[in-house]
Design a protein around this ligand. Structure first.
Ligand code: PLP
Length: 420
């Protein structure tokens, strides 16, 4: 009530912008995750890790484009890569260029289980292609996924298989982190199942890390039953120089990437075992068709390469995630003995308000114990004080964020706790 009224009073220009947007887009929105009641804030500009809205407020960006925006909004190296590509190559010139080979080589080098890969335009597409490959190589159709998992707009599993899902009849859903149930899940379905797809940390599901043994069991059952193991690293690739597969020593058959690997531009990639990727080799008459117009768009290829080779290097990856670990530990210290629980890995984290104060490990825990109202109040509180976080409680740090930013944010959360 009051928080929402204050928000509306503080943001008249955003409100007007939303009203205009409502006339041409349902909900005034073209990306549902950005919608928030009573209306979303409309930004004017982002510079480094600062954001400026239409009403003249300034924010420290603690959300980093839902993890994709690791470089901030005006990094000089990304800017240079974009401008020089524009000037010297062209925007998308309908032919192979050197950019795609450079980025592909870098990714194959960095991710231990990617022998070969192909690009596409989003993480959603990457997962759809990985599933298509798995179906081709196994000749089977069903896919094991986990409730609360998110693999893209039409392959998300919050509250089960949504009716908007691609081929909803083909999913077999398990409970994330439930190791006991895994064996049965695989054994009961192995004759029809082509692939298992899993996030090493459920990102959209609330930054819930999987236990290593859960992931290892998936890998082992998949291998026993001839099921393709797809590790969705669209969000988690940024958590370690070689992704969670490198951090944990996992060996997925296929890996999907997106978000950070494009230097801030739209991108996706699916890669893994060479013998599996060969199903897309156009030299074969029976190859899977994979032909997106913008798959090798020059700007994303060059920005992605510049970003990973010059900015988000292995050293920078370790440093930023170390800063994230400090943030999480500091938040855990100030939220101790409250209903607030902070989850995540490295520089990607999330707040949960749990009536039992217990760390959630799967969607069911959240459904049974979360108090969304309090999380919403924290969101209003942070926004009003100039800290940009997601309404759903998610944070991801942007390069350029300093320990002093982390400390001042922790103080804001401490004040929230003291007054609520
Ligand atoms: N997979 C995971 C784990 C994600 O977090 C996301 C996006 O949030 C996707 C896939 C979909 O990627 P995109 O939004 O680029 O389609």
């Amino acid at each position: 009530g009051q928080a929402e009224r204050n928000y509306a009073a503080r943001n008249p220009a955003s409100k007007a912008a939303h009203e205009e947007a409502l006339t041409v887009m349902p909900g005034g929105n073209t990306r549902s995750v950005l919608y928030s009641r009573p209306f979303p804030i409309c930004m004017n500009r982002g510079v480094g890790n600062q954001l400026f809205d239409l009403d003249g407020h300034q924010y420290l960006d603690m959300l980093g484009e839902m993890t994709a925006g690791v470089y901030g909004h005006s990094h000089e190296i990304i800017r240079h890569a974009l401008i020089s590509t524009f000037d010297n190559v062209g925007v998308n010139i309908g032919a192979h260029t050197r950019g795609e080979v450079k980025l592909a080589s870098l990714l194959c080098e960095r991710f231990p289980c990617i022998e070969q890969l192909r690009f596409c335009n989003s993480g959603t597409e990457a997962n759809l292609y990985a599933l298509a490959i798995a179906r081709r190589v196994t000749g089977k159709r069903k896919v094991i996924a986990f409730r609360g998992g998110y693999h893209g707009g039409v392959i998300g599993f919050a509250h089960g298989v949504g009716e908007n899902n691609v081929d909803p009849q083909d999913w077999v859903l398990g409970t994330y982190n439930d190791e006991e149930a895994l064996r049965d899940l695989f054994e009961a379905n192995c004759d029809d199942v082509a692939a298992v797809i899993v996030e090493g940390m459920q990102g959209s599901g609330g930054c819930l890390p999987a236990s290593l043994s859960f992931l290892q069991k998936i890998q082992s059952y998949a291998s026993t039953h001839g099921i393709v193991f797809i590790l969705d690293e669209v969000m988690t690739s940024r958590l370690h120089p070689s992704g969670l597969q490198g951090k944990y020593g996992l060996r997925p058959d296929l890996t999907t990437l997106g978000k950070t690997i494009g230097g801030g531009l739209s991108i996706g990639a699916f890669g893994g075992r060479k013998d599996f990727l060969e199903t897309c080799d156009p030299r074969q008459s029976t190859a899977l068709p994979h032909s997106g117009t913008f798959n090798n768009n020059t700007l994303a290829m060059e920005a992605g390469y510049a970003g990973l080779s010059k900015i988000y290097t292995p050293e920078a990856t370790i440093a930023l995630n170390g800063l994230g670990d400090s943030l999480r530990m500091k938040l855990q210290a100030v939220t101790k003995a409250t209903k607030i629980v902070v989850t995540g890995i490295g520089a990607v984290l999330s707040f949960h308000f749990m009536d039992n104060g217990v760390v959630p490990s799967c969607e069911r825990d959240i459904e049974q114990h979360a108090i969304p109202m309090l999380r919403r109040l924290l969101w209003f509180w942070c926004i009003e004080r100039g800290y940009w976080i997601a309404e759903r409680g998610m944070l991801s740090l942007v390069m350029g964020t300093r320990m002093s930013d982390v400390d001042s944010f922790v103080v804001v959360v401490e004040h929230f706790i003291a007054t609520h």
